[in-house]
Write a protein that binds this ligand. Sequence first.
Ligand SMILES: C[S@@+](CC[C@H](N)C(=O)[O-])C[C@H]1O[C@@H](n2cnc3c(N)ncnc32)[C@H](O)[C@@H]1O
Length: 209
Amino acid sequence: MQTAPIKPLKPWFQTVEDVGQHLNWQQLFGNDHPVELDIGCGRGLFLFNAAVTNPDTNFLGIEIDYREGRRTATRLSKRSLPNARVIGGDAILILSQLIDPHSVSAAHVYFPDPWWKKRHHKRRIFTDQFVQLLARVLAPGGALHSWTDVAEYFDLNRGLRDQHTDFDPQEPPPEREAAHDLDYHTSFERKKRKLGCPVYRGRWVRNGQ
Ligand SMILES: C[S@@+](CC[C@H](N)C(=O)[O-])C[C@H]1O[C@@H](n2cnc3c(N)ncnc32)[C@H](O)[C@@H]1O
């Protein structure tokens, strides 16, 4: 059986191998506007809406699942959005090796995979190392937004960040009514709210000079 050729989506989608050993914001976006990360961007509802409504901010989605990353990039490419890109790869590697320290103005982590079974908890992305890496890439004053519908995972994440001396907790945004089907923060938020699940929202700010 013949498979369809993979559509080139550059510059909206690139893999870690494509970008080399260092992410240069000026090269990726063609300007020096602030950069925000959407870690585990999935189908990219947040990335797309945020890029459309904030044209003077650059948004980089990081997605380990290339199919999802390419799907998001297709959406961005159809609008020729100049301020949104997706990198296919592991966020841990990208945060630790490809991004300059303190070069990011916000990081968004929405509905990270919960890995429900206890023996799979070690696969969860929120660890001490991850929080350390977020502190590494965020500029002082930069915000970390993280939402989930899993109360126990949220408590664990909150604990990690509240203990971390580089982060100060802030008041998270309140829930608001969605005006239509695309008026949700992310696809997972829509899915969970339609199921009647509570959503736990957190916001922290990277302190320091
Ligand atoms: C439950 S989905 C949430 C997607 C999106 N944030 C939302 O709220 O709709 C979690 C996403 O994180 C991605 N992911 C998991 N581990 C990752 C990693 N280490 N690096 C990058 N993406 C990752 C998964 O492939 C998946 O698309």
